[in-house]
Design a protein. Structure first.
Length: 636
């Protein structure tokens, strides 16, 4: 059952990585790591390949923009474009769309001429890209005069962003498929290609590290710069990709992967044309969403730097997932609950730490997937243990606690496979122990049953303690008789020796019991008879479907019972078969009694009396003659 459960979990973990849910969780994992990464590193704005010129709330609320409708901003934008173009910008991306114009004959003919002239001058140099957008099926693009001025539709690129199914922008497209079946580079891809960098062929994860390190300036500050500020402007814009756009509170904003970061917006630099040492930074108000122009700028920086987070392939993720679940499963089933819980916690922490370190090296580790698999595996395995294995262990403890020593019960609980329910062949040693003349004592104490029961319980308690001390299993009590087994349900290497030692100690326990009776002058038990035999037997649950007991059956058991009864014939206390005597160590003394047949068995049996247990060499000389040490079949 364990192997099947572990196999299902391991295979399921591998297959899970090929499901769309796994890809989604992998992407969502980026959102939780970005705040940690943002707190640990800051990029240098000097190294930024992209610069922003934006219309923020301050610009929008200041003259001339506060007094002018947006369609009439083009003259100011023309001045800004000329300054950035003259300053040597590598390429300019215009993330603002003016679909209408005031330059119609009925309004203000020639009003947009400066703007169109700027588009023509910079666009024909291949350094300007305009943008278009789609709202549902509606295409929003610059009016036709701007398109012709900039050099045609090849210089008008969609500024679409592709959020994941949860509405969060994490990836950036490399290209778009047009209605005519052709493809066109995405906005950021087109900008870097114009600037001389290799364009991407496939979509990629945006590197959201340190968005405030991207230089951003207000359009109003740029307009205040004069011709004498050309060196300062060249220092800022020369050789860089410049993006024009808005960072207004209600326009072109998106929820992105850095939504949980403390600082996800831009840091606008005040005093564009002042000395660098005099410039100050003003962080924008932190909001849940970020402006689209910032996402395009981050995409440009990601392409140029090549530091977009790389996602592990499904095959690699699946292989690691299978190994992780396998280790967790083996550990969870092997260790105790608290240890398993500690192992789970350590694993989760290790996964998160590895994910953070991986992201700093631009590798996105699917830690949410692995964390989910670890938690699921632990839950399922814990449920399995509680509902099946722990229940089985409780059953074992309840079933055997009255018949086995605590050490053997613990051994069964830790390894239930030692107990094969249903029956199996085992080599066992069997002891039958009976109290002599107990029937007479029962008749003598017929008027005082409480005393009889107390006597019986007292002596049986002593025998039980001895048997369990020597790792024996109390199979059953039958009145004043005890049946004990060694080798089942827990196998042992020397069942005959343990059985003989227990028999000798039971004899001493009985002698001490009788001595206590004599001192108390109470009714006493007269004698003790023990029969020992060893051999193969069937061990398992015997009985009916409604009620059964764990026991051993077979010829070895029957012979042991017959030997116990033969003690009365020979006047002995402990009789053992040759199967037991031949496997005893030299320090346990035996005496050959007779070779005889027993009831119900044709073959004869060599009988030996177990006399005592010699502890020293001096004790050997004190033993009676007739002891057969080698048990070769001869009589001493």
């Amino acid at each position: 059952m364990r192997a099947l459960l572990i196999s299902l979990l391991v295979v399921g973990a591998g297959l899970f990585q090929f499901l769309p849910l796994a890809d989604y969780l992998n992407a969502v994992g980026l959102d939780f790591l970005l705040p940690l990464r943002a707190a640990s590193e800051q990029a240098d704005a000097v190294d930024s390949p992209v610069v922003l010129v934006v219309i923020d709330e301050t610009t929008h609320n200041a003259p001339p923009f506060s007094e002018t409708p947006q369609v009439a901003w083009t003259p100011y934008l023309a001045k800004a474009l000329d300054k950035v173009g003259t300053a040597g910008a590598a390429v300019i991306g215009f993330d603002m769309i003016f679909p209408k114009t005031l330059s119609s004959p009925d309004l203000l003919p020639g009003f947009d001429r400066p703007f169109v002239q700027s588009l023509y001058t910079i666009g024909r140099q291949g350094r300007l890209i305009l943008s278009e957008a789609r709202l549902s099926d509606t295409l929003i693009q610059p009016y036709e005069g701007q398109i012709q001025a900039v050099g045609g539709r090849q210089n008008v690129i969609p500024v679409l962003l592709t959020p994941d199914r949860d509405g969060v922008v994490r990836r950036y497209p490399a290209s778009f498929l047009l209605e005519n079946g052709s493809t066109i580079n995405s906005f950021a891809n087109a900008l870097v290609a114009r600037a001389g960098y290799p364009a991407r062929k496939h979509s990629f994860l945006i590197d959201f590290a340190s968005p405030q390190s991207i230089p951003a300036y207000r359009l109003t500050d740029l307009l205040t710069c004069t011709a004498g500020d050309a060196p300062a402007l060249a220092e800022i814009f020369k050789g860089r990709i410049v993006l024009f756009g808005t960072t207004l509170d209600i326009e072109d904003r998106h929820v992105a992967a850095n939504r949980f970061a403390a600082h996800k917006g831009l840091r606008l630099t005040d005093g564009l044309c002042t000395a660098p040492t005099a410039r100050a930074g003003t962080p924008q108000i932190n909001r849940q969403s970020v402006p689209g122009v910032l996402l395009h700028a981050l995409a440009v920086r990601t392409i140029v730097s090549g530091q977009d987070p790389q996602v592990l392939g499904r095959t690699a993720r699946g292989a690691f997932s299978m190994g992780l679940v396998l280790l967790l499963a083996l550990g969870s089933l092997h260790w105790r609950s608290l240890t398993g819980l500690a192992m789970l916690g350590t694993t989760l922490v290790a996964i998160w730490v590895a994910a953070f370190i991986g992201l700093t090296h631009h590798v996105l580790i699917p830690y949410l997937n692995w964390s989910l698999l670890a938690l699921t595996s632990y839950f399922l395995l814990t449920t399995y243990r509680v509902s099946y294995e722990d229940q089985q262990k409780r059953w074992i403890k309840k079933a055997f606690r009255h018949y086995l020593s605590p050490a053997l019960v613990d051994q069964l609980i830790s390894n239930p496979k030692l107990l094969y329910l249903g029956g199996e062949k085992r080599r066992v040693a069997v002891m039958f122990l009976d109290l002599a003349d107990f029937t007479a004592l029962s008749e003598e104490l017929s008027d005082d049953p409480e005393q009889l029961v107390d006597l019986l319980n007292d002596v049986l308690t002593r025998f039980t303690a001895v048997i369990e001390k020597h790792d024996g299993y109390i199979d059953k009590y039958v009145g004043d008789a005890v049946m004990a087994v060694w080798g089942a349900p827990v196998a042992c290497a020397n069942p005959e020796e343990l059985c003989a030692k227990a028999a000798l100690e039971c004899r001493r326990a009985f002698e001490n019991f009788r001595l206590a009776q004599d001192q108390n002058q109470t009714h006493g038990l007269k004698g003790l008879r023990i029969g020992l035999n060893a051999g193969p037997a069937i061990a398992g649950n015997i009985g009916s479907k409604a009620r059964f007991d764990y026991t051993v059956i077979g010829d070895a058991v029957n012979v042991a019972a017959r030997l116990e009864a033969l003690n009365k014939k020979y006047g002995t206390i402990i009789l053992a078969s040759q199967e037991v005597a031949r496997r005893l160590p030299p320090h346990i003394s035996t005496r050959f009694v007779e070779e005889t047949s027993v009831e119900g068995r044709r073959a004869t049996i060599r009988l030996y009396e177990i006399i005592n247990r010699r502890a020293t060499k001096e004790g050997l000389s004190a033993t009676m003659s007739g002891i057969d040490h080698g048990l070769k079949g001869g009589q001493t």
